[in-house]
Every structure is written in C-alpha cells, then in structure tokens.
Write a protein that binds this ligand. Structure first.
Ligand code: AMP
Ligand code: MG
Length: 376
C-alpha cells in the first residue's frame, strides 16, 4: 500500500532480534526463544516487503517443507490484498473505486467489500474517529505522496468536505459500493495490515498450525505459544522515543497487538511536530499529549483500527470503548513535560480472554448504537 517503508519499524529480517526492535519479543529476560527441539519444535521464518513495510511470519511445524508451502500461501494472500488496496497503482481495485467517486455504484471484490464493511463498523463505533474516507485529508497534508507541509485553511476545508464515512453507500445484495461525493478517497492505511494479519492467521489455522508469530510492520499477532506448551509469548511495547529500548513487557496468546503513535510518520514545521494520524473532525493532525497507544485485542483488524481511533479520541473519550470485559486492552503513553508517563486510564496488562477461541474474532458489523464520544 505504502511505498515509503516505515522508518520507525526497521530492521526486520535479522532473525529473532528483529522482533525485539519492532515491538519486542523477550523470553525469560533473554531476547531469543528456546532452541528448536528435534522434529517437533522446528520453526520456519520468512520476511517480505509488502504494503510498504516488512512482514515477518514465523511458524512452528515439524515439516519445514510443508511450513514453507504455507508461508508461500501467506505471502500470496497478502500481496493480493496489497494489489487491490494500494493507492499507488492506477490499476488497483481501490483506485478504480476512488475514481468512481460521485458516480454510480461499483461492484467490488469480496476482500474489499469485507474490509470496507469492517472499517465502516469501526467508524460507527468510534463515531467517526476512525474514518476510512480520510484520504483527501491525508493527501492535503502530503502524507500520501508528499511533500509534507501544513496546508492552507481553505485546502483543509475543501478536503474535509470530501470526508465522511456516512458518504459511503453499500448495497449488500449486489455487493456494490457508491462513494456519494466527487473527490472522495478511501484510505485503508489505518486498518489494512491488521486485516491482512487476520486473514493470514486464518490460513495458518486452516493449515493446522497452532503456534506462530506474525509481525507486520509492528502489528503483531501472537498465535499459540513459543514452544507449544503453556507459556504465552512475551512481547514488549517499544519505548516511543528510544526505539532501541523496551517500555514494558507483557504476555500474550492468540491475540493481536497494534500501536499507533506520533513518531511513525511525521514532519516538523515551525518547530511543531505534525503526525500522520489525522482528526476527521478538524482535518488536522491530532493535537494531543498522547505519544503512543497500544491496543491488544482478539483480532488484528480490531487492534489496528482501534489503535488509530483511540489516538484520535484520547484516553478520556476512549474509555467507553475498552475494557477487560470486552477483551480490549490499552496502554496509553503520554508526554508530561520532559517525561513520558503511562496514563492511569490504561487497561493493562492484557489478560487471556476465556471466551476467545484461537480464531481471530470477526468484527461486529451491526448498526448498534455506540456510546456518545463525539468531539467536544
Ligand atoms: P496506524 O499507523 O494504523 O495508526 O494508521 C495510520 C494511517 O491511517 C495513516 O497513515 C493514514 O493513512 C490513516 N489514517 C490517518 N488518520 C486516520 C483516521 N482518523 N481514521 C482512519 N485512518 C486514518
Ligand atoms: Mg491502525
């Protein structure tokens, strides 16, 4: 999807320590897992560059030839999603849909339909903090193709007029999508990696794999355990300002982890930092003392969409959306003067969710009323 490989999540591809640098993976205080046990504990790992970032998948299976074939399937699947969803290729399905904005409905493929339905469900649930129609604002600030700069108020107003998830019309009976306003641009940058991870996890599960670790540019899905036993994976939230440092470790099993932060893609102008997470309400980068928000949830789609949405909303308004009872955990890191602190409204550390099977849960698609979290 993106052509600029994210600078904040580098170094994947150097074996196990890559995870330490990306989100962090530590076992018993040592940044390496137990060595493989002959036959039953064999790990196979591959790394690709796709959607403008690194995808590393590590699976445990005694037959490494079989594992390699499954990994071929994973990359085929993710590349297929990338080809459909990229905003950089005029032949992509998403490009065709965006070009049709203001015109008649367009039939779309199953993955695009499925992802769009989920994205719109999160828009409704977050009352627009997450908005997949954010594209015109992303473009105006130069986060899509550059140059990154502060646009004029008029340009922001023009972009905002083309943004709004309620301007997307779905017809499930014909599986068509209509973007009602000319110039609308769907941008799945805040959710696509998570969605791709869930699809990859489904594929691994269908192939009979139980233990795996998937890292997609810092979005993580930790499947099963590191050794097929009871001990969960141990991951770590990276220090937002010191990429080589760990902020906090935590255990996780059959859950996804996503972090959204002001440090991933940003620029400075006039001494101010402008980050790539934008408020659909103001048309500007979110102004907040939140430096990063990490979400742990049963599905990677959910973790990805929510971490972006929660960054927009801030800890106060987001409280209604998270909680152990909903199996949605969150760690807020905020700037306080020269220091970083954890916000007390964090729901942390994550705990196993008893009702959660080992399959990534599907996003609810209902139109259920959501708690009132509108901007003040
Ligand atoms: P993430 O790194 O997952 O938080 O996603 C950030 C990306 O999502 C940005 O680069 C934009 O492409 C897109 N984005 C920015 N703001 C929003 C928003 N409010 N809702 C949905 N997507 C957004
Ligand atoms: Mg996201």
């Amino acid at each position: 999807m993106r052509r600029d490989v994210k600078p904040a999540r580098p170094h994947v591809g150097h074996g196990w320590t890559a995870f330490v640098l990306a989100v962090g993976l530590w076992g018993m205080g040592v940044p390496v897992p137990r060595p493989p046990v002959a036959g039953t504990d064999r790990w196979t790992q591959r790394t690709w560059v796709v959607m403008g970032t690194y995808l590393t998948v590590r699976v445990r299976h005694p037959d490494s030839a079989y594992a390699e074939r499954i990994l071929d399937g994973v990359i085929d699947l993710v590349q297929d999603l990338d080809r459909r969803l990229t905003l950089y290729d005029p032949s992509s399905e998403l490009w065709a849909l965006n070009r049709q904005a203001g015109g008649p409905p367009l039939p779309v493929s199953e993955p695009l339909w499925d992802l769009l339905e989920r994205a719109l469900a999160y828009s409704r649930e977050t009352q627009g903090a997450f908005d997949v129609t954010i594209g015109p604002i992303v473009q105006t600030w130069g986060f899509l193709e550059g140059p990154r700069r502060v646009p004029s108020d008029e340009a922001i107003a023009r972009a905002r007029a083309r943004v709004g998830y309620t301007k997307v019309e779905l017809d499930p009976s014909r599986r068509t999508v209509r973007l009602t306003t000319p110039g609308m641009v769907l941008d799945f940058g805040g959710i696509a990696k998570g969605y791709a991870l869930d699809r990859a996890v489904e594929l691994l599960q269908q192939a009979g794999l139980r233990d795996a670790l998937l890292n997609f540019g810092g979005e993580i899905y930790a499947m099963g355990t590191p050794d097929g036993g009871d001990r969960p994976w141990t991951l770590a939230v990276r220090h937002p300002r010191r990429p080589d440092r760990v902020w906090r470790e935590f255990p996780v099993r059959d859950m996804a982890v996503s972090t959204s932060g002001d440090y991933e893609r940003f620029f400075f102008q006039g001494g101010r930092r402008y980050s790539h997470i934008l408020s659909p309400w103001t048309g500007r980068p979110v102004e907040t003392d939140v430096v990063s928000v990490t979400v742990v949830a049963p599905s990677a789609t959910e973790a990805d969409a929510l971490s972006t949405a929660l960054f927009v909303m801030g800890p106060e308004r987001a409280q209604a959306l998270v909680g152990a009872d909903r199996c949605r955990y969150v760690l807020w890191i905020r700037q306080q003067g020269r220091h970083l602190i954890e916000d007390p409204r964090s729901v942390w550390p994550p705990r196993p969710c008893p009702s959660q099977g080992s399959r990534p849960s599907r996003t609810p698609k209902s139109n259920d009323p959501s708690p009132d979290i509108r901007p003040q």
